[in-house]
Write a protein that binds this ligand. Structure first.
Ligand code: FAD
Length: 279
C-alpha cells in the first residue's frame, strides 16, 4: 500500500485501485488517463512486462466500463532497449486498446526520443485510425515543424510546456519564452487540427486562452491535468462542460514520481512535510 502522504498524487499500487480512482473521478464528470509508473528500462523483460500490464489494464477498463484511457512512456516499453522493441510493445498495447474501444496516449520524453516517438505515433495513428495520441512539448524549438507534420495525421495531440531540462540550442529555457511558444502552438492547433486539441497544463492563463480559441475557431478541445494538482479547477471545468481528463499515475514505482511532485512547488513540499509531522 502507498502511504497516505503519496496518495494525493498516486492512485495506488494496483490496477484495481487505479480503476476505482477513475470511477470516483467519473462521478464528478472528470475522465481518467491511467499511467502505470515506470521508465528507462534497459532490458527487455521489464519493458515487455509493463506492456503486458497495459494490455491487461485496457481489458479491465473495458470490463468495468469506466471512462478512462491509458498513457504510456516510450522508455517504459523498450525504447532504451531498441526502437523495434518499443514499436512492437506499443503496437501490442494500441491493438489491444483499439479492440476494447480504449484510447492510447504516448507520453513524450527528452529530445533524443522525439523522432522515434513521433514516427511510431504516426504509423499507429494511421493504422488504428486515430485511436492514438501523442504529447508535444512547447519548449522544443523543433515543435513548430512537428506540429505541421502532425496536422495531417489522424489522432490527437496533447500540448505541454515540457518537463525535461534540454540543451539551450534546441530548447527555450526562459519561462516567458516557453509560455509565448505555448500560446503560438495552441493557436496553430486550434486553426489546423481537425481531431481536437488537448491542453496539458495547469496554467489558468493557457486554459482561458484555449477557451477563447475554441470560441474563435470552433475546434473541440479537452483539458488534461495531473492527479493532485488543481483538483478543484478540474471539477469546476468539468461542471462548466469542458471535457476534462486527469492523468492518474499508479503502480509500485511511485516513490520517485511522488518525490518530483513534492519538490516542484513550495506548496506541495509543505503539504508533504505537514503530512509527515501530522499537522
Ligand atoms: P507551469 O508553468 O508549471 O505553471 C503555470 C501556472 O499554473 C502557475 O503559475 C499556477 O498558476 C498553475 N499551477 C501549476 N502547477 C500548480 C500546482 N501544483 N498547484 C497550483 N497551481 C499550479 N511533460 C513532458 O515533457 N512530457 C509529457 O508527456 C507530459 N505529459 C503531461 C501530461 C499532463 C496531463 C500534464 C498536466 C503535464 C504533462 N507534462 C508532460 C508536464 C508538462 O510538460 C509541465 O512540466 C507541467 O505540466 C507544468 O507546466 P504547466 O503548464 O502545468 O504550468
Amino acid at each position: 500500500m502507498i502511504p497516505p502522504i503519496a496518495s494525493r498524487f498516486v492512485a495506488g499500487e494496483t490496477p484495481a485501485e487505479a480503476i476505482q480512482h477513475a470511477d470516483d473521478l467519473n462521478d464528478r464528470d472528470v475522465k481518467a488517463i491511467l499511467n502505470l509508473l515506470g521508465e528507462h528500462y534497459h532490458e527487455r523483460p521489464p519493458a515487455d512486462d509493463d506492456a503486458r500490464q497495459y494490455r491487461d489494464l485496457v481489458r479491465d477498463i473495458a470490463d468495468t466500463d469506466v471512462d478512462a484511457c491509458v498513457s504510456v512512456k516510450p522508455s517504459q516499453i523498450g525504447l532504451d532497449v531498441g526502437v523495434d522493441v518499443f514499436r512492437e510493445n506499443l503496437e501490442s498495447i494500441v491493438e489491444a486498446a483499439d479492440d476494447h474501444g480504449v484510447f492510447t496516449w504516448v507520453d513524450m520524453e527528452d529530445h533524443e526520443t522525439t523522432d522515434a516517438t513521433l514516427d511510431a505515433f504516426e504509423d499507429f495513428a494511421r493504422k488504428y485510425e486515430g485511436d492514438v495520441g501523442v504529447c508535444i512539448q512547447a519548449n522544443l524549438k523543433r515543435t513548430e515543424d512537428d506540429l505541421e507534420r502532425l496536422a495531417d495525421v489522424p489522432g490527437k495531440v496533447r500540448l505541454v510546456k515540457g518537463a525535461y531540462d534540454e540543451p539551450g540550442d534546441i530548447a527555450y529555457s526562459r519561462k516567458e519564452r516557453v509560455n509565448e511558444a505555448y500560446r503560438d502552438y495552441l493557436e496553430y492547433m486550434f486553426e489546423a487540427f481537425d481531431d481536437g486539441v488537448a491542453v496539458g497544463s495547469h496554467d489558468p492563463a493557457m486554459i482561458e486562452y484555449a477557451a477563447d480559441l475554441h470560441d474563435e475557431y470552433g475546434t473541440d478541445y479537452e483539458v488534461q491535468m495531473l492527479m493532485g494538482v488543481r483538483e478543484d479547477a478540474q471539477t469546476e471545468l468539468a461542471a462548466d462542460g469542458v471535457e476534462t481528463w486527469q492523468y492518474v499515475p499508479y503502480g509500485g514505482k511511485w516513490f520517485s514520481y511522488f518525490y518530483r511532485r513534492a519538490m516542484e512547488r513550495k506548496e506541495n513540499l509543505l503539504f508533504a512535510v505537514r503530512a509527515v509531522v501530522g499537522r
